[in-house]
Design a protein around this ligand. Sequence first.
Ligand code: MN
Length: 228
Amino acid sequence: MALFEVPRPSVGIAGSDDVFPVHRIYCIGKNYAAHVREMGGNPQRSEPVYFLKPADSVVRSGATIPYPPRTSDLHHEIELVVAIGRGGSNIAAEDAASHIFGYAVGIDLTRRDLQAAAKDKGAPWDTAKSFENAAPISVIRPAAQTGHPDSGRIWLEVNDEVRQDGDIADMIWPVADAIADLSTFYTLAAGDLLFTGTPEGVGALQPGDRVAGGVSGIAEISLQISNR
Ligand code: MN
């Protein structure tokens, strides 16, 4: 018998009362050339970087979250999110679509100052990427409705000012290739989410900021950072 109940994180599904239970949250870093450049890297030599966030770091769109502790440089990264509906390992890129339940838009919240310090020391990124409320996410739009988009505007606004404005067509590792590669490292499972990287224009959020974003044809997200 379990000693106590542990909440099961979940994400909403567009047009449905059902929810998508979250198993793991995988993230890809350095997946848009212009963002690799703004972070001081060289996209020509860029290999995908993977990291994970805890499943319970999901936050539903419309939420108000506190400014997180131990940072003074909380950054927004708007990202297309893939929801895995069927697991597997060593998935071929041409089979990847059959493993996808749907698509959402998420914000990979990042304590950039902690990430910079970790990079300097060759240390893990966990405290920079994995913390409470670090994975705000919209409802998931089933692929049965959207198909498998390979282009579309992805944007983020802070207090009605556009900060990020890109296109998912500019991914270095498109979704199918990313799933194929990721599934050589991990056995993917139904309930996994994959944050697919952010375009250029990342920047700092402040207490009280109102954040909105989206991917055309998929979903929109809103988020409020509470005043301290
Ligand atoms: Mn990211």
